[in-house]
Write a protein that binds this ligand. Structure first.
Ligand code: ATP
Ligand code: MG
Length: 327
């Protein structure tokens, strides 16, 4: 694993060929000079971002001279990730809690007898509490998903009515935002779990309406080629997403613009849930940005429907089954 993380190092080659962070090299130099244990944190960015706890320990011979040194790299990326998640979660709850407290104090104090203020503040407080409980629910369902090691769901799901009812449910929101949702979907059966796929498309189409509002039109397209995985794209024409932020979108709580998302009642957990659900289906999610102001596209790729005995998994077959089911 050391070779995988840092590349091979030949005997006699200088350590700085592999480790470039000056502070780590200083620590190594210092340990060589003093023969005292050294310790420090090392962040590697390639091949993936990893955080290591590096320790350097001299091994002494019988005359108490250091005869060689051991450099130990302990990968602490995972525990750092969990720490960050915990901090993010606390920060996420702290803001609405502080504002609830402010409102309660005002209601008990200056606005005690102001019934118009009561109405207004209680409405905002209810919104905040609703968002907080959604945050907790979303986090719980994420943890459940992470623990769930299971086979891909295999119910036959017809995507057209499924996406249709997602769009119906989102119609009031779209209308408020002045967005038109267009669908172009050939009939297609996939194997999956109806509720989970509903959740996937709900979040993607809702995001496209909320964050791509300026683009006015949101499209849901399905590309189905025989014997190839199925691509469902949710396309908007809004501001898009800066290229360098795309890989981080599926991290919990990650939002391109925290204030804008909060004001839209977002928790930043939607895409993390989408990614998990799609992966449980054996599929993948890709985000593409068309460049500044060219909109964003999210593509969900789902594997071909399960092949049943004596059948081949191609499109004709899928529509056959659809006909049979309708009959
Ligand atoms: P929730 O889904 O829990 O309501 P959310 O929408 O803020 O909250 P995600 O769905 O995970 O969270 O999205 C994360 C962030 O990605 C959003 O806050 C937004 O900044 C960005 N984003 C998502 N979809 C788009 C889009 N179509 N165009 C531009 N930015 C987007
Ligand atoms: Mg969302």
């Amino acid at each position: 694993s050391a070779r995988h993380a840092f590349g091979a190092i030949e005997p006699g080659q200088h350590i700085s060929a592999r480790i470039r962070q000056p502070a780590t090299l200083d620590m190594i130099r210092e340990t060589l000079a003093t023969a005292r244990n050294g310790q420090m944190e090392y962040t590697a960015t390639l091949p993936t971002e990893s955080v290591y706890m590096v320790r350097m320990i001299p091994a002494f011979d019988e005359k108490d001279h250091p005869s060689f040194y051991v450099l130990i790299f302990r990968d602490v990326s995972e525990s750092r990730r969990i720490d960050r998640m915990r901090t993010d979660f606390v920060a996420e709850l702290r803001t609405p809690l502080a504002s609830l407290r402010g409102f309660i104090e005002t209601l008990l104090g200056p606005a005690r007898n102001d019934s118009a203020a009561h109405q207004k503040f209680l409405t905002i407080m209810l919104e905040q509490v609703t968002r907080m409980s959604r945050l907790v629910d979303d986090l719980m369902s994420l943890s459940r998903l992470e623990l769930k090691a299971r086979l891909a769901p295999e119910d036959e799901v017809d995507l057209v009515p499924l996406i249709g009812s997602v769009c119906d449910a989102l119609a009031p929101l779209a209308e408020d935002l002045g967005v038109e949702i267009r669908q172009s979907l050939p009939e297609i059966l996939v194997s999956g779990d109806r509720d989970e796929l509903t959740q996937v498309f709900e979040n993607l189409i809702e995001n496209a309406c909320k964050y791509g509002q300026e683009g006015k039109i949101v499209e849901v397209r399905l590309a189905a080629k025989p014997r190839e995985p199925i691509d469902i794209s949710v396309i908007d024409h809004g501001p898009g997403i800066p290229e360098d932020q795309v890989p981080r979108l599926t991290e919990r709580f990650y939002r391109v613009n925290v204030e804008s998302s909060r004001s839209k009642k977002g928790t930043g957990l939607g895409l993390a849930i989408v990614k998990h659900l799609v992966e449980l289906h054996g599929g993948s999610v890709r985000a593409k940005s068309g460049g500044p102001d060219r909109g964003a596209t999210f593509v969900v790729q789902l594997p071909l429907p399960v092949v049943q005995r004596g059948e081949t998994a191609d499109r004709a077959d899928s529509s056959d089954r659809l006909e049979r089911r309708k009959a």
